[in-house]
Design a protein around this ligand. Structure first.
Ligand code: DAK
Length: 259
């Protein structure tokens, strides 16, 4: 697929990078961009060489939300019948390899929601998070009312969604939305380092860990723990478990084969 709204690259053979690329519109997420993003993510997920994926924007904007002029034309019948953009926005949920959001600048509306759909967020100190949809007469539509409270708690989520106030990187980190905050210059090096660390582990264990953590959002504690236990047991059937533990016992660096 030819990409017109994203830039796709591979770093160090194992890290897939998708850069959102509509800088004039602050990376506003139109349906074409979301379709391209989905295609790029699926291609990286299917590529044996790729161990981790990074989604990023530019210095000024990760993404300032869904494309407002596109949405402005729609009426209820259209969005309901077409299930407005649900399909291409949901692709990221199918991705089984880790996806890191490298966020600098605006992460608003759908941009904030996209970042929250990633597995974790590393932010530059100029990042700004918000769900300002209320100003447009709508509410978040890509999971913001569900993922934000899970990340930052009800009070702060309500505050952000009802007043449209934004949150700087530092506050977002303190609230638990963001895992690390670094300087703008350090954003990609930090993300690449995190991705490279992940790529050095057993891909089977990494995928199982992601699956198990995500399960915690969908199940009761006891069901989630049972799910974890089954995956944990299953990993004892892998060569990588033998390799990892043998390497520890023999004081050497493990070489995982993703088997
Ligand atoms: N859409 C389209 N264009 C946008 C945009 C957006 N969301 N945000 C900014 N732009 C454009 C501006 O129109 C402007 O274009 P020109 O006028 O130069 O042609 C250019 O980007 C630069 O923007 P500004 O001139 O406004 O730049 P400032 O630095 O002064 O302000 C700003 C930056 C981010 C504070 C401001 O642009 C702004 O407030 N933007 C709108 C932010 C916003 O309201 N975002 C939420 C949109 S609603 C769903 C999935 C997703 C969604 C819903 C459903 N489903 C799966 C069902 C998501 C909805 C949303 O995100």
């Amino acid at each position: 697929m030819a990409y017109n709204n994203i830039l796709v690259s591979v770093h160090d053979q194992h890290i897939g990078i998708v850069m959102l690329n509509r800088p004039k519109q602050l990376n506003a997420l139109n349906p074409e961009l979301m379709t391209e993003l989905g295609a790029a993510l699926l291609a990286f997920d299917a590529d044996e060489q790729i161990g981790c994926i990074i989604i990023t924007g530019n210095e000024k904007a990760f993404a300032a939300g869904a494309d407002i002029p596109t949405m402005a034309q729609f009426d209820f019948a259209q969005v309901y019948k077409a299930d407005f953009v649900t399909k291409n926005w949901e692709t990221i949920r199918q991705i089984r390899k880790p996806v890191i959001a490298a966020v600098s600048g605006f992460a608003l509306g759908g941009g904030c929601e996209l970042a929250m759909m990633c597995d974790f967020i590393i932010a530059a100190d100029n990042a700004l998070f918000g769900q300002p949809e209320i100003k447009l007469g709508i509410i978040p539509g890509a999971g913001g009312t569900q993922r934000l409270p899970r990340a930052v708690g009800k009070s702060k989520a309500m505050d952000m969604i009802l007043t449209a106030r934004t949150m700087k990187a530092q506050e977002a980190q303190e609230a638990g939305l963001v895992s690390r905050v670094v300087s703008l210059e350090q954003l990609m090096p930090e993300c690449l380092q995190a991705a490279s660390t992940i790529c050095g582990y057993s891909q089977l264990a990494v995928m199982a860990a992601k699956e198990s953590v995500n399960r915690s959002f969908e199940s009761s504690l006891s069901d989630g723990i049972m799910y974890e236990r089954r995956l944990f047991h299953a990993l004892f059937g892998t060569l990588d478990q033998k390799e990892g533990m043998d390497a520890f016992v023999n004081k050497r660096i493990p070489t995982f084969k993703n088997q």
